[in-house]
Design a protein around this ligand. Structure first.
Ligand SMILES: [Zn+2]
Length: 564
């Protein structure tokens, strides 16, 4: 696999835009400006496409980048929002997300399906021939739907056979003469016999720019033992104030490349392993993404093109040691920093023997049991070997908890996969069905299943203190009765919905008893109900019934009258 990747990369280095001219741009706006590039480090995933700017407004014409057929459509309150997939005969599928308006043929098929099944979210597939599209044909209007931070077009090119997203800049040439910047670096002692600047703590340094992509540190770094490095910074594009992700990152120590990675492809089944690539603990503290240049055992990312000793630098007695970190963009612009490393002999260090904690193998199943409580992790739940301890807290401030509080402590700040937590609980009959497991420190609810033996089950991806709490408050809405009185000149009813704790799980509305499609935007809580002349008679009084339910089965139900 690695060899195949290397060969491909070789080809790309010689001619980065080997696929140029295969595809049209999806928007008419020229020049095409990006607000995000491929491979950017995002929460729990790599950005899997390009974000094209749309002049800060919705409603720009979106065109099929080549001929083919609409193969899939999605509508969700978060995520991609309204999204279209167009499959092309050349083995690629193009994806257009956060749309405002879909192709009318798609729209009518989707609505028929929604009315038939009474579903508010959609993920439909179509056969070749059902909705054919020509190269350059208008297929949608751009928007801001789903988890979008402002109007733009999220655009992907995928390999149809495995749905891996490819770097679209391998197909499109967008002028870029701006260099990346290396803003900070991290240096890490990798074990209890290793030191950075005489301590066993991770050290972080701000860089100083010398111009022309050259960065330096103020002082040399003192190291001993096995050392890891991380880099934090961005790429830039001409005339744009946005920040972008690096295309390649490499680490060269004493003239040998010991780490390099390139982001040409995102496999959605492993994209979550970005949590192993970044320094997650530092992300929680500083909100900055330091990209680590070593690889943990259960990290399945296929982005690595060269690894020596998994990217971990082993200090030697050589006193002229130096490591260079390089970051490039896809146009070949580079930033680099040379780190001068001073070696320390062990006896000059402030050596305090660290207590060795018991490490569990990340290749094995791990089960911790205390009475009926269990913490269960399947093999490869953690990125690396881990520590784990569980303590029980029987205190119950404000009678908030309906179980003991179980504190799971581990050195793994974020897990690769979810571990199961099983908590014995005690709910009075009046509160049955209202329980949910909470991460007590953060007061965040976690989707919970209750079994018949008095235990609550949930899946968690971090340690924390867990207990069963209840949610007895139904969701609520904000709606203007004044506006409802006369909707004659309105084409929709708008209301906002919210829930105090566990979150809205189901939302439905009925006009004169007939089920309605609701267009829900989870980032704002706004819900649009578009009037459909085919499904209601205009020019009379109607009743609107809204029914909402949260994760703990608390139901909001209310009737309103309106004139339309
Ligand atoms: Zn995007």
């Amino acid at each position: 696999m690695l060899r195949k990747t290397l060969l491909l990369l070789g080809a790309f280095c010689v001619a980065p835009y080997i696929f140029a001219q295969n595809f049209l741009f999806p928007l008419d706006l020229r020049p095409a400006y990006l607000s995000a590039n491929f491979g950017e480090l995002r929460p729990n995933h790599f950005h899997s496409g390009l974000d094209f700017k749309t002049d800060k407004v919705e409603g720009k014409v979106v065109r099929a980048v080549d001929s083919g057929y609409v193969s899939r459509v999605g509508i969700t309150p978060g995520g991609y929002g309204r999204v279209l997939y167009v499959t092309h005969p050349n083995g690629y599928t193009s994806v257009y997300a956060h749309l405002k308006v879909l192709d009318s043929r798609v729209d009518s098929l989707v609505m028929a399906y929604q009315y038939e099944k009474h579903v508010q979210t959609v993920d439909m597939s179509f056969m070749p021939g059902q909705i054919p599209v020509e190269r350059g044909q208008q297929i949608a209007l751009s928007g801001n739907s789903g988890s979008s931070g402002g109007p733009h077009l999220h655009f992907e090119i995928r390999k149809t056979e495995n749905q891996h997203a490819l770097n679209p800049l391998l197909f499109y040439n967008i002028r870029d003469i701006s260099r990346p910047k290396i803003l900070r670096i991290g240096v890490y002692p990798m074990d209890t016999n290793s030191f950075v600047n005489h301590t066993q703590k991770n050290q972080y340094f701000e860089t100083i720019s010398k111009g022309n992509g050259v960065f330096v540190l103020k002082d040399p770094i003192t190291v001993w033992g096995n050392i890891g490095f991380s880099v934090q910074g961005y790429d830039y594009m001409p005339d744009q104030s946005n920040i972008y992700g690096f295309y390649t990152v490499s680490l060269i120590c004493n003239n040998q490349t010991i780490y390099s990675r390139t982001i040409d492809e995102v496999d959605f089944s492993t994209t979550n392993d970005i949590n192993s690539l970044i320094d997650y603990e530092e992300r929680l503290r500083s909100k900055r993404n330091y990209e680590r240049m070593w690889v943990e055992p259960n990290n399945d990312l296929k982005i690595y093109t060269k690894l020596v000793n998994n990217g971990i630098y082993q200090t030697t007695e050589n006193d002229s040691a130096q490591c260079e970190i390089r970051a490039t963009d896809i146009a070949g612009n580079m930033a680099s920093i040379v780190l001068r490393l001073q070696q320390n002999t062990v006896d000059s260090l402030d050596v305090r023997t660290m207590p060795t904690k018991q490490l569990h193998s990340c290749a094995d199943t791990f089960i911790y049991t205390y009475e009926k409580f269990q913490f269960k992790a399947k093999p490869r739940t953690f990125f690396s070997d881990f520590t784990c301890a569980v303590t029980v807290d029987e205190s119950n401030p404000k009678k908030r908890y309906f179980s003991k509080q179980y504190k799971v402590e581990t050195d793994q700040v974020i897990f690769k996969k979810s571990a199961e937590i099983i908590i014995p609980y005690n709910l009075p009959d009046s509160l049955q069905g209202k329980g949910i497991i909470e991460n007590c420190g953060k007061k965040t609810p976690i989707m919970t299943r209750f079994d018949d033996e008095g235990c609550a089950h949930a899946f968690v991806k971090t340690g924390g203190k867990f207990a069963v709490v209840v949610d007895t408050v139904a969701p609520s809405i904000k709606i203007s009765q004044e506006k409802l009185n006369d909707m004659t000149n309105q084409s929709y009813i708008l209301f906002k919905m919210a829930d105090n704790y566990s979150g809205v799980a189901k939302y439905n509305a009925y006009i004169d008893g007939v089920w309605q499609i609701l267009d829900y935007d989870s980032k704002s809580g706004a819900v649009f109900l578009w009037f459909d002349r085919a499904r209601m008679e205009f020019g009379k009084k109607h009743t609107l019934r809204i029914v909402l339910e949260d994760l703990c089965h608390n139901v909001f139900e209310q009737e309103y009258e309106f004139y339309k």
